[in-house]
Ligand binder design. Structure first.
Ligand code: FRU
Length: 483
């Protein structure tokens, strides 16, 4: 590496990683940073028989810092191997951080597009919103995720609409016919979030072709957009195409938003053409738990649409993660297969996870187990007129009562199992089944075949699990995941 900034960052990063000692909350099968801080999933793709996942990585502090792209690979999306750091902020176009982006694979080449973030003090009246921030769209190629060609600037602030602020970022690229498309998230000067859609004949020259926002203002910024189409699997849906625009909006207040997370992630089903004229159906949350943000999807070679979220929450002051004292913070969700059934979008853990199930216990109505460090729990045939309670580690309760599904921590103290987390809930018409996937310090709950999920970190003293679900069938497996 000839660039001194990159080579010094590389040496410092490796020195930090040598100090890593993740402690008792180390995850068994969730992608984690080796040390320091992780946020968004980036550049998710499959190349040959290898899945690649990059992540927003700040190795020098568990509380965040300079952003680079860490890199992991996997052959089953359950066991991840850390490969080192792929992209450093080492050029004038990205010196303030290699921010989020995506990978588009063609002919064995990963085309990575990301936001080169630059904060400039030499701009008059700089506030990093309307002045002083460069949001550079950078293109770089790789055939293995480890070595890269030169970073090429393909768009800069002047290429974005004049009524946007300098908050434009997180390119996600796909191809349709002979044309390439890209969505980016943006904040308009009137503090409205929107998605910009660009098209290109060659991945180099990009032109704005659409701007998408909701009918009424929905937050001030939409981060990490993604667009994909699903063939409806409903028996009588005849494979109808469901178009999904995923965004992470910031700045939602009032009504139900006040009891939810500081920022949200969800999707709009889109009617019309994403590149021309379209309308958005009402926003639906991807996940109603405490820790879920900035998801990204990719299509596996076998056709599955896979979604991975960041199991964390930016700018959250009321709760924390007890791993910070072990020098690391945050992880990814389990990769989830995304499907559509009768217009509803469903998430379900990748089927590969089921290969790691052992020690099945099955019972009707109730189950109690100890030492449930890594587990997969399925409750089905639920009579939704009956109450249901799942208690994890004696502290986290999942309850269903009077059409309300709730995830709640019994002790709300910052030092407790929930580390300050209190309650998240949503109202549902019915409850048919619940699946809970537990790792050492995380719980992911899939409700009604994955119509809604609740993801959360937790920090148990003692691991245990207890289910009360009158007349339902309860199936419990250990998950045994070894590297
Ligand atoms: C979302 C986000 C992105 C940005 C990245 C920086 O969490 O703010 O919009 O590219 O994180 O780490």
């Amino acid at each position: 590496m000839s660039n001194p900034l990159a080579s010094d960052l590389n040496a410092m990063r490796q020195a930090m990683e040598r100090t890593a000692n993740p402690g008792r909350f180390a995850q068994a099968f969730h992608l984690v940073p080796p040390v320091g801080w992780l946020n968004d999933p980036n550049g998710l793709c499959q190349l040959g028989d290898t899945y690649h996942a990059f992540f927003q990585y700040s190795p020098f502090s568990a509380e965040g810092g300079v952003k680079m792209w860490g890199h992991c690979t996997s052959h089953d999306m359950v066991r991840w191997t850390y490969e080192g750091t792929a992209l450093y902020p080492d050029q004038p176009v990205d010196v303030g951080g290699v921010y989020s982006g995506s990978a588009y694979v063609e002919d064995g080449v990963m085309h990575i597009f990301y936001t080169g973030n630059v904060k400039r003090e030499d701009a008059y009246g700089y506030d990093y919103v309307n002045a002083g921030r460069e949001a550079n769209t950078v293109h770089v190629t790789s055939t293995d995720g480890n070595t890269f060609g030169p970073k090429k600037l393909v768009m800069a602030n002047a290429d974005y609409p004049g009524d946007d602020t300098e908050h434009v970022r997180d390119p996600k690229v796909w191809r349709d016919g002979d044309t390439y498309y890209m969505v980016q998230g943006a904040r308009k000067k009137d503090d409205t979030g929107e998605v910009l859609v660009f098209s290109s004949p060659d991945l180099e020259r990009w032109e704005l072709c659409n701007r998408i926002t909701s009918n009424t203002r929905f937050g001030y910024m939409w981060e990490c957009p993604d667009y994909f189409e699903l063939a409806d699997t409903g028996e009588f849906a005849n494979g109808a195409i469901v178009k999904v625009l995923s965004v992470s909006p910031q700045g939602l207040h009032g009504g139900d938003w006040d009891r939810r997370n500081v920022y949200q992630s969800g999707y709009f089903v889109l009617l019309g053409d994403v590149t021309q004229t379209c309308t958005l159906l009402p926003f639906a949350l991807w996940d109603a738990g405490f820790d879920f943000y900035a998801p990204q999807t990719f299509q596996a070679d076998d056709g599955r649409r896979i979604l991975i979220g960041w199991m964390g929450m930016p700018d959250e002051k009321t709760y924390t993660n007890l791993t910070v004292r072990d020098g690391w913070q945050h992880c990814f969700t389990i990769p989830r297969e995304v499907t559509a059934r009768y217009g509803r979008v469903l998430q379900w853990p990748v089927r590969e996870l089921e290969d790691f199930r052992t020690n099945l216990r099955e019972q009707e109505g109730a189950i109690d187990a100890e030492d449930t460090k890594t587990f997969d729990l399925l409750i089905d045939d639920i009579d939704f007129d009956q109450p249901l309670t799942v208690t994890l580690a004696g502290q986290m309760q999942l309850t269903w009562r009077e059409r309300r599904f709730e995830m709640r921590f019994l002790d709300e103290d910052m030092e407790s199992t929930g580390a300050g987390r209190k309650s998240r809930f949503e109202y549902l018409d019915e409850l048919r089944n619940v699946r809970v996937v537990g790792d050492m310090s995380s719980v992911e709950v899939f409700v009604n075949d994955g119509e809604l999920t609740f993801s959360s970190r937790y920090y148990p003293e003692h691991y245990s699990l207890s289910v009360e679900a009158p007349t339902a069938q309860v199936h419990l497996w250990d998950l045994e995941v070894k590297a």
